[in-house]
Design a protein around this ligand. Structure first.
Ligand code: PMV
Length: 321
């Protein structure tokens, strides 16, 4: 038996990816830039063995079939093809946060799976090819190999680091507003938006300049410029979904409540801006000096389950056997 265990960190996009330039190869239609988080990790062990009769997936302790197993097997197939391997695999994966709830579990999940599977198969790939391998399953996963600030250009195979975690000690509050799996997965949500929303072409046309604003603000460590651009990117992405037919609505009442509260805090001089992904949770960008008090304040809102204070996090890594 050959095995490997990897820890990968989730990432949250400050300039969002939504839409595919090539659905078959899973290449993004727009450039994105994310922050890898120190909190919210996936730990995945992959073992290949000639005695296994099929691929198996154990997710957060529960044997899992259906679509999650299919997606894992598709990635394992690509690894087997690269390594010239025929053995089946047993995958055991654990998130230290809720799975498939719009908290970027597919990003850390597919990054950890691609890395651990490649290593267990005896492949010695760098972060570039590993990132391309994970991207084919989930484009946001390509960004989880690198620490700190990471970009994935439109149409790109691989993600690249823009700046390491030490570049800027930002804080991102992960405000969990609901429990349970999300209603529409990102792949079908994107596809549906691209096909039915009259605002999708406008989203794709405007995303590169918002990405450039986000990248400039990150390099200049300008929190106000970053906050405004990141919040705009998220809301423009959601606007494209709201105009789909039928609409893709990830907002819950508490999502809006948190958005308004953050706007009110900002009016009082607190540097805080929101971003949201394919789920009802809100992530709030702020600085080191305001993170604790803002988290305490948001925890007091009815409907908020939990607030995690995350900092820029490290690259994915293989654990010693
Ligand atoms: O890569 P996916 O299929 O998990 O899509 C991620 C899409 C968003 O989280 C909404 C935005 C992003 O850039 O991460």
């Amino acid at each position: 038996m050959s095995r490997s265990t990897v820890v990968a960190h989730s990432n949250i996009a400050l300039a969002k990816y939504w839409g595919k330039a090539d659905a078959l190869r899973n290449l993004p239609a727009v450039p994105s830039l994310s922050l890898t988080l120190d909190r919210l990790t996936t730990r995945t062990e992959v073992a290949f063995d000639a005695a296994f009769e099929r691929d198996e997936l154990v997710l957060d302790g529960a044997p899992t079939l259906g679509r999650p197993l299919e997606r894992a097997s598709m990635l394992l197939d690509r690894v087997r093809a690269l390594a010239g391997l025929r053995e089946h695999a047993r995958v055991e994966s654990r998130n230290d946060f809720p799975t498939a709830a719009g908290l970027a579990s597919s990003a850390s999940g597919f990054a950890a799976l691609a890395f651990a599977a490649a290593r267990a198969a005896g492949l010695d790939l760098g972060f570039g090819p590993l990132s391309a391998l994970a991207r084919a399953s989930s484009a946001s996963a390509a960004r989880s190999f690198h620490g700190g600030f990471v970009r994935l250009r439109a149409g790109a195979e691989e993600a690249e680091q823009v700046a390491p975690a030490e570049h800027w000690p930002l804080r991102l509050l992960v405000v969990q507003t609901a429990r349970g799996a999300k209603s529409v997965g990102s792949t079908s949500g994107m596809q549906h938006t691209a096909v039915t929303s009259p605002y999708y072409p406008a989203w794709v046309a405007s995303a590169p300049s918002v990405f450039a604003e986000v990248e400039r603000a990150v390099l200049a460590r300008d929190l106000e410029a970053l906050g405004h651009a990141a919040e705009h990117s998220a809301l423009a992405m959601h606007a494209s979904m709201l105009a789909a037919r039928p609409a893709v609505v990830y907002f819950a009442p508490i999502t809006l409540r948190v958005l308004h509260e953050v706007t009110a805090q900002r009016a009082r001089g607190v540097p805080a801006w929101c971003t949201m992904d394919a789920g009802p949770h809100v992530k709030v960008l702020t600085d080191l000096g305001h993170a604790e008090s803002l988290a305490t304040h948001l925890r007091g809102l009815e409907g908020v389950h939990d607030v995690t204070i995350a900092s820029p996090g490290p690259a994915a890594r293989e654990l010693a056997p």
